[in-house]
Design a protein around this ligand. Structure first.
Ligand code: ZN
Length: 291
């Protein structure tokens, strides 16, 4: 994604991994192949790889620079976590992207996690002398308190997910005193705030950005693919509460459709940023914004 500007705020992306990833059949239990083909024929070609039949899925972090703060939203899978394939992405592309953005670890003031899944909190921590420590030494990390509590409880039962994700990526931040465990209405300032969009995870949130009369929303995993803009009812195999996930998508799309609010879905491929519209059939559309 090229850098975008919202008033006095710039937003750019650090990509950990991109390319064809999963088939829609493997991702959406309710997938209807005939309907899917129809939608794919009309969607932007960057979202699907016809040769493999797989959706193109990117893993990325957004860097949000406001006049006051340098913020990361979602931190990919990270390094040294020993995740099994296919989540064992090489770490160098993310590190190279971080440097190319002109950043050092101690430049980061805030880290927001839309939710605490494996691919959204990885670079929260690094392994130093056998211990997980916060990667960004000056940063405050914003976690929804009930999202954090839910993964803590799931960890205690030995569930996988989360496996070791919460222990490696979240608990050490709290132990280091760098976590802000927040509620649905958390507002950093008049530029950055959260809104709850639960379902994909217990307390998934979107990160809203407003400046100079313009607005953008980092939508995390509210949707993984543009097919879900056309079919909000197609929940994924990863959703915590499928009904809530569908409801969050529908109400979010209705709230931003046909406005100039820029949408930043973590897993949408380059150019990522786009606008939600509505069509005459009462469905929603996703139009990538280029240039
Ligand atoms: Zn994700």
């Amino acid at each position: 994604m090229q850098q975008i500007t919202i008033g006095d705020v710039s937003i750019t992306s650090i990509i950990e991994r991109d390319g064809p990833w999963r088939t829609p059949e493997a991702m959406f239990p309710g997938y209807d192949p005939a309907l899917g083909r129809e939608h794919l024929a009309n969607l932007d070609p960057v979202v699907f790889d016809p040769a493999s039949g797989k959706m193109v899925i990117t893993y990325q972090t957004f860097v949000v620079r406001t006049p006051r703060h340098t913020i990361l939203v979602d931190t990919c899978t990270g390094e040294d976590k020993n995740y099994p394939a296919p989540m064992d992405f090489p770490k160098q592309p993310w590190l190279d992207g971080f440097s190319a953005a002109g950043l050092r670890f101690d430049d980061i003031d805030y880290v927001f996690c839309t939710h605490l899944h494996i691919d959204h909190c990885g670079w929260n921590t690094r392994l130093v002398n056998g211990h997980w420590v916060p990667t960004f030494p000056r940063a405050k990390y914003v976690f929804h308190k009930r999202e954090y509590a839910a993964w803590e409880a799931a960890t205690e039962t030995g569930a996988n997910p989360p496996g070791e994700v919460w222990r490696m990526n979240c608990l050490p931040i709290v132990e280091a005193g760098q976590a802000l465990l927040v509620d649905d209405d958390f507002t950093l300032d008049d530029t950055v705030w959260l809104t709850p969009t639960p379902g994909h995870s217990p307390c998934h949130c979107c990160v809203n950005i407003k400046s100079g009369g313009q607005r953008a929303v980092v939508t995390g995993d509210l949707m993984h693919h543009a097919l879900q803009v056309r079919e909000p009812g197609w929940y994924t195999i990863f959703d915590w509460d499928t009904e809530a996930a569908v409801q969050s998508r529908r109400s979010f799309f209705a709230s931003v459709a046909d406005t100039d609010t820029l949408i930043l879905p973590i897993h949408f491929p380059n150019p990522t940023v786009g606008l939600i519209g509505s069509d005459s059939g009462g469905r929603f559309t996703y139009r990538f914004r280029r240039g």
